[in-house]
Ligand binder design. Structure first.
Ligand code: ATP
Length: 351
């Protein structure tokens, strides 16, 4: 799975490199972060989506493509000419696809091996279990359902079509009526609690795991159903969906922080074993539900920057404690890259 051996630029001057990303998701903070660390940046936009990058004045260069499918060897060559280091984010992986990203030749911040572990539900579960992370129980077949479960269809954008039932009969009633042809789903124990997204950063250069911030999501329509009374919800026959609209910053109970540090550390340690090398590094996120007994269940891991870090362009309460400058996750990435270049350790932060 390792990428072909490549020759890296020998320069130890960060100004000889460009931090590049796709114009979407968390690009604004990635670009600003590069600037703040004194590095040049570049954004690749789909025609029609350049406006924020122009208007907020954060980009040194904007390259526009008609379609994401125009992300071709010619573009790769342009990026290589500039010594561009690509910062992947959720949209980058979603639009280009895991397999394509694995094969792309350019300099890429992060571990490509981990994409594999993250994109396959069974492998992701194996990784988290080895890291002694609490996971919602998974039911092998509908007949086994004996408590409330959430049924998730694979690739369901924004959690659309997810439904909650608590018996096999209810499962078949909903599934056969609404989704008779969809058979790629997972049945997960429904955890009653509050969603909480923990944003981490692990630097191979400093060897330190940092907690950057936390957020919760603002999801349509899950976050609006409670605004009408139960009887109206039934009358209107509303189906819950989780389309993400924005992110809301959070701080957690201070007494929970040690647990969050330990969880992040175990996930990184196990990833090194699984990938047989660098393992997971850079920003990542544990997507959790915290119960009333303060048990933390992880229902997903994102092995890169998440959009939940966007409220913290000026830093979070946690980064304010650690850094004497406003430290966003985007800026933290740029700092990692800058230090790696200056120390001649670039290879260590590329996938
Ligand atoms: P992605 O990051 O892949 O877009 P997501 O992060 O939105 O997905 P999903 O797994 O799609 O996460 O979950 C959507 C919503 O369902 C989240 O708001 C989450 O709080 C809720 N949810 C997911 N799994 C569970 C669970 N096991 N128990 C309770 N709520 C859950």
């Amino acid at each position: 799975m390792a990428t072909a051996k490549r020759i890296l630029p020998a320069s130890t001057n960060p100004r000889d490199f460009v931090i590049a990303t796709m114009g979407s998701h968390s690009a604004l903070q990635i670009l600003k972060g590069a600037r703040d660390e004194g590095m040049r940046n570049l954004v690749i936009c789909k025609e029609g989506s350049e406006r924020p990058y122009k208007s907020f004045g954060v980009a040194d260069e904007i390259i526009t493509l008609k379609e994401w499918s125009d992300w071709n060897p010619e573009l790769e060559a342009k990026l290589a000419e500039r010594n561009a280091i690509i910062i992947p984010h959720g949209s980058y992986v979603a639009y280009l696809g895991h397999e394509r990203v694995q094969k792309m030749p350019g300099m890429y911040y992060g571990t490509k091996e981990i994409l594999h572990w993250e994109s396959d539900r069974t492998m992701e579960r194996e990784w988290l279990l080895q890291a002694q992370i609490k996971l919602p129980k998974v039911f092998e077949k509908p007949e086994d359902i004996d408590k409330p479960v959430i049924v998730k269809f694979h690739g369901a954008g924004g959690g659309f079509g997810y439904f909650v039932v608590k018996t096999p009969e209810q499962f078949y009633e909903v599934k056969d009526r609404k989704y008779p042809d969809q058979n790629d789903f997972v049945i997960q124990e429904y955890i009653v609690g509050v969603p909480l997204y923990a944003h981490y950063f692990y630097s191979p250069i400093t060897g330190e795991l940092e907690i950057m911030s936390f957020d919760k999501r603002y999801e349509s329509n899950a976050d609006s159903i409670g605004r009408i009374k139960a009887q109206d919800q039934l009358t209107a026959n509303i189906h819950t969906s989780y389309t993400i609209v924005g992110n809301i910053p959070l701080v957690v109970r201070e007494s929970m922080l040690p647990q969050f540090f330990e969880m992040g550390e175990r996930v990184v340690e196990v990833s090194k074993k699984l990938c047989g090398g660098k393992g997971l590094f850079g920003p990542f996120c544990l997507e959790t539900i915290v119960t009333r007994k303060l048990e933390v269940f992880v229902f997903e891991i994102s092995a890169r920057i998440v959009a939940g870090t966007n409220p913290f362009i000026e830093g979070s309460p946690y980064t304010a404690l650690k850094y004497d400058v406003p430290m966003s996750t985007g800026r933290r990435i740029a700092r990692d890259i800058k230090q790696a270049i200056e120390l001649g350790r670039l290879e260590e932060i590329l996938g």
